[in-house]
Design a protein around this ligand. Sequence first.
Ligand code: ZN
Length: 440
Amino acid sequence: MTSPLAQEAQSLLARLFPICRSITGEGVRQSLAILSGTAPWQVKEYASGTKVFDWTVPNEWTVRDAWIADESGNRIVDFQQSNLHLVSYSAPVKAKLSFAELDAHLHSLPNLPDAIPYRTSYYKENWGFCLTQKQRDGLDRSASYDVVVDTELKPGSLSLADAVLPGTSGQEFLISTYCCHPSMANDNLSGPVVATLLLKALATRPKLRHSWRFVVLPETIGAITYLAQHQAEMQASAGGFVVTTCGGPGPLGIKRSFLGDHLLDRAVDIAFRDAHIKPVIYPFVPDGSDERQYSSPGFRIPVTTISKDKYYEYLYYHTSLDDLDFVKGEALEKSYDLYLAAIDVIEENRTLRSLTPHCEVQLGRRGLYPQSGGALNQKAGTAGATAIENEVDVISWVMFLADGQHDLISMAERSGCRFQDIVTVAAKLESHGLLEEIPD
Ligand code: ZN
């Protein structure tokens, strides 16, 4: 049985998939409108020509149609069949070309002959078509071709969306994803779908410990624009996630933050450990997605990524085969669960100090210990072990480590106990007056 969350993810995927997105234009706006119907995103527009650090918000791209026709007028490569056929940001053209002239503008993948590759030309004015190697091999080299790219590049705006959920700690965390690729599912619809469902989940919570800033934007230029326009808030960010390529059938993975052992890295590790999932670990490298911007020297926001079939790692990356057969709601749910578990670790992490630090406390007197002594940790007694015996182990670890130097994450790491058990036991000990919280 598919869960309601997997169904919701699947239905968002299906609605978003056909839209022709790019770094600007109607496709991004339509996509943001669909996401805003599920969670409280706020759409923002930034005018073409706006200076953003070393970059400029580009002209807006509009595509109406594009095709290559043979001498009989048959459209042999047609944007209406797949929006991947047109190189993104192609400038307008209307011409009759020889095969050789046309061939200089074609892109295909000899090693994946049934796939249409995804290509862009954002910052160099050009045009081109992408097609399968099989289509390309079938072109008549002695023929001429009619080429029409009915597009427009003119001043408009760049669209993105954000949402800030306020917390009480004074610390803010970031969840960022991008929304600029045309019809491909893992890269990149998996990101905006999972981020939107996370936003929906956190937005309905009555109380949050930390503030959570969500952003969905065109990759690179959108993140640069957002950082330039929200410089002070973003410089104060405590860390974040870039949600990307998290819906494939392949392995779950973690891309480390540039620090490698930041609170976020540890929270993600605990989430995987407690779910009994062994991830593929990708060390930090200064490429990939928008961590390149967030973690740059002017911001230095530690960012990690949980992926499922990470970008670069799967065969169908940036091709038409990254489709709705490759990505399913159930796979997105697995990544969603891990993101949410890591968010919960960050939300519930705190540091506690023992109020009775001199030797062990007498648990029995407080009703925290099983009545018959001696049975604890006795090998022969394990089969009949009661829940409280396990709990005593957790209590022992929490009381032992409650020196004000260990937060709940370190307690979970050090003890091997499940993080949620540590949280439950810590709250219980606090309610018995044995622990007090040290404010952040
Ligand atoms: Zn990509």
